[in-house]
Design a protein around this ligand. Structure first.
Ligand code: SF4
Length: 337
């Protein structure tokens, strides 16, 4: 199967239906023990020091792993991606553009997805045949989405850990490059987690914002009678409401991450209430414009919010640890029991 890289969540159903194995470049970057080498590759090739580590990591992962086709999201993700795509193009990598529409209507989402489909299917197939192929693929992927949702539910039952929740939701952006195999992995994981006794914690946390560079945050909070029971963006990558969508268009219309902060916050507040969450950790990446969102997030959410920032390292620094500890202490005091 030919590999295609993605820089963020895109309609992966289209890519698998077209016969690709999909590789989320973020995932290769962050799970590599050589992740710093990917950043260095980018800096050596001219990427500025003062640029978000994710962009540099994606670039390094693409170059070092010989990925020669990439889907670049040119609208609705990150403005840095636009420039990244230009650099990748200049290195001979074939780019397939995808845009999340600026106007969040079903009609506009449909137009974007239809344009995307045209890039991968030749005209030998009728529109009906193409749509059928994509819908059949969507139904297969949905088997994995059911299992990821079960892991999400097992997290607020305190059986799955915050880190497991993060890993098994975020991986659904590409199904680890092999849908059938990843569904098997998810299935086994669900069975294993279901057998555990709940490891109940006093403080329930939400993690919001871009997925973290620093994944030791999950284990760290669990040492302090707290657990992340909701990972906002990772959960969106897994499309937990896939079964309320009748087709791929409705599924991607319902996806919150590329749209307004107001729309995202409505979804976050709903889960805060449903899961009885005590506090929010808002992660931002150094040099990312999304850090500005913190001003509105703190104003609008009904519970305390701690903003932490990551840069190049994949582990928490001492100062951030102290800030998290103080935040958890404060939440325990607020609970008063
Ligand atoms: S962290 Fe921010 S700047 Fe970096 S890739 Fe994501 S959205 Fe772009």
């Amino acid at each position: 199967m030919k590999k295609i890289g993605i820089t963020t969540t895109v309609p992966v159903e289209v890519l698998y239906a077209a016969g690709y194995s999909v590789v989320d470049l973020n995932n290769i970057f962050i799970t590599s023990k050589d992740y710093l080498k990917y950043i260095e590759t980018a800096e050596r090739d001219g990427f500025p020091k003062s640029l978000c580590a994710w962009i540099k990591g994606i670039y390094g992962a693409c170059i070092e792993n010989g990925i020669d086709e990439v889907v670049g999201v040119i609208e609705g993700d990150c403005s840095n991606t636009k420039s990244l795509i230009e650099v990748l193009k200049s290195r001979g990598i074939k780019i397939y553009p995808f845009s999340y529409p600026t106007k969040h209507t079903l009609e506009e989402v449909k137009k974007s997805i239809d344009d995307f489909i045209k890039l991968f299917f030749d005209r030998k197939l009728s529109d009906f045949e193409i749509k059928e192929k994509i819908e059949n693929t969507r139904q297969i992927l949905n088997k994995g989405r059911i299992l990821a949702r079960e892991i999400d539910e097992l997290t607020y039952d305190f059986k799955a850990t915050g880190l497991e929740n993060h890993i098994y939701q975020v991986s659904l952006s590409d199904f680890n490059g092999d849908v059938e195999e990843y569904i098997k992995i998810l299935d086994e994981k669900v069975k294993e987690i279901e057998l555990r006794k709940p490891n109940t914690k006093k403080i329930k946390l939400a993690y919001i914002g871009v997925p973290p560079m620093i994944s030791d945050i999950y284990d760290f909070v669990e040492k302090y009678d707290a657990q992340v029971v909701y990972n906002e963006v990772q959960r969106e990558f897994a499309f937990p409401r896939f079964d309320t969508a009748k087709d791929i268009y409705e599924q991607y219309y319902d996806y919150t991450y590329p749209y307004s902060l107001e729309f995202r916050l409505r979804g976050i507040e709903k889960i805060i209430k449903e899961r009885n969450i005590d506090g929010v950790i808002h992660y931002t990446q150094a040099f990312c414009y999304r850090a500005i969102d913190d001003i509105v997030i703190k104003k609008k959410l009904s519970i305390p919010v701690l903003n932490i920032e990551g840069d190049k390292l994949n582990c928490l620094d001492g100062r951030t640890k102290i800030r998290i500890e103080a935040f958890l202490d404060m939440l325990l005091d607020l609970k008063g029991d």
